[in-house]
Design a protein around this ligand. Structure first.
Ligand code: SAH
Length: 229
C-alpha cells in the first residue's frame, strides 16, 4: 500500500514536471504571443521555448503559466507577461560575453532566460522570501551562471560592475543614476519608468565608448513599483 502511494506521488510529480502539454503550450505561446507580435530574434525565441515558465510560478497557477499575461507570485508581486519578457530580452541585445545585472528577481524566470544567453547574470530582489525562492529554483535547475542576492536594487551591485547590460523589472519614477554609473562603456540598459497607476514607459539607455549617455522611450507598459528601502 505504502509503495503504491509513493509510486503514485512520484508519478504525479513527474507528470507535473515533464508533462508534454506544457511543451505544446510553449510552442503556441511562441507562435501566437511572440512571433505574431514581432519578436523575431531566433536566439530569444529559442530560450523562450526551452525555459519552463511553469516551474517559476506558484503551483496553483501552473496551468496558466503560458497564458498571455502576468501572474501573481505572492507578496503582491507578479511574473511579467511572456511577451514583455521576450521583448525586453530582445531589446537588451545580450550576448554570451556579457555580464548582466537584473533588478527585481521576482520568480527568477527573467533571470533564467538571461542566464541562457549571457555569460553571467547577477540579480537582486528586495523581498527576502522571493529571493530565497528564486535562488532555490535556479539552483535546482542547475544554472551556475546566475547569482541571486537579497538587497536594494537602487544600490546596484558595485562589487561586480560595470555591467555590459542592465535590466530593471520594477518601475522607478526616474532613471536611477547609480545604475547608469554601473553600466559599462558600450553598454545598454532597459527599464520601465513612471508612477504606479500612471502611464509608464520602457526606456532604453545607451552609454557609448566615450561614456555619452542617450535615452529613448520605446513602449508603454505597466510594472510594479521599484520600492525604496
Ligand atoms: N523579473 C521578475 C518579475 C519582477 S516583478 C520575474 O521574472 O519574475 C518586480 C520585482 O522587483 C518584485 O519581486 C519586487 O519585489 C522587486 N523589487 C521592487 N523594488 C525593488 C528594489 N528596490 N530592489 C530590488 N528588487 C525590487
Amino acid at each position: 500500500m505504502k509503495r503504491t502511494i509513493i509510486f503514485f506521488l512520484l508519478f504525479t510529480i513527474s507528470c507535473t514536471q515533464n508533462d508534454p502539454k506544457f511543451g505544446d503550450l510553449r510552442k503556441l505561446m511562441i507562435k501566437n504571443q511572440l512571433r505574431s507580435r514581432g519578436i523575431s530574434n531566433e536566439g530569444v525565441l529559442k530560450v523562450m521555448h526551452s525555459v519552463e515558465r511553469h516551474k517559476f510560478v506558484p503551483e496553483n497557477y501552473q496551468d496558466r503559466a503560458y497564458s498571455d499575461g502576468p501572474l501573481p507570485i505572492g507578496y503582491g508581486q507578479t511574473i511579467s507577461q511572456p511577451y514583455i519578457v521576450a521583448y525586453m530580452t530582445e531589446q537588451l541585445q545580450v550576448s554570451s560575453q556579457h555580464k548582466v545585472l537584473e533588478i527585481g528577481t521576482g520568480s527568477g524566470y527573467q533571470a533564467a532566460i538571461l542566464g541562457e544567453l549571457a555569460k553571467h547574470v547577477f540579480t537582486i530582489e528586495i523581498i527576502p522570501e522571493l529571493a530565497e525562492r528564486a535562488k532555490n529554483i535556479i539552483n535546482h535547475l542547475g544554472y551556475n551562471n546566475i547569482t541571486v542576492r537579497e538587497g536594494d536594487g537602487y544600490k546596484g551591485w558595485p562589487e561586480e560592475g560595470p555591467f555590459e547590460r542592465i535590466i530593471v523589472t520594477a518601475a522607478p519614477t526616474d532613471v536611477p543614476q547609480t545604475l547608469v554609473d554601473q553600466l559599462a562603456p558600450g553598454g545598454r540598459m532597459i527599464l520601465p519608468v513612471g508612477e504606479q497607476f500612471f502611464v509608464q514607459y520602457l526606456w532604453v539607455i545607451e552609454k557609448d565608448n566615450q561614456e555619452v549617455v542617450t535615452k529613448e522611450k520605446i513602449l508603454p507598459v505597466r510594472f510594479v513599483p521599484m520600492v525604496k528601502e
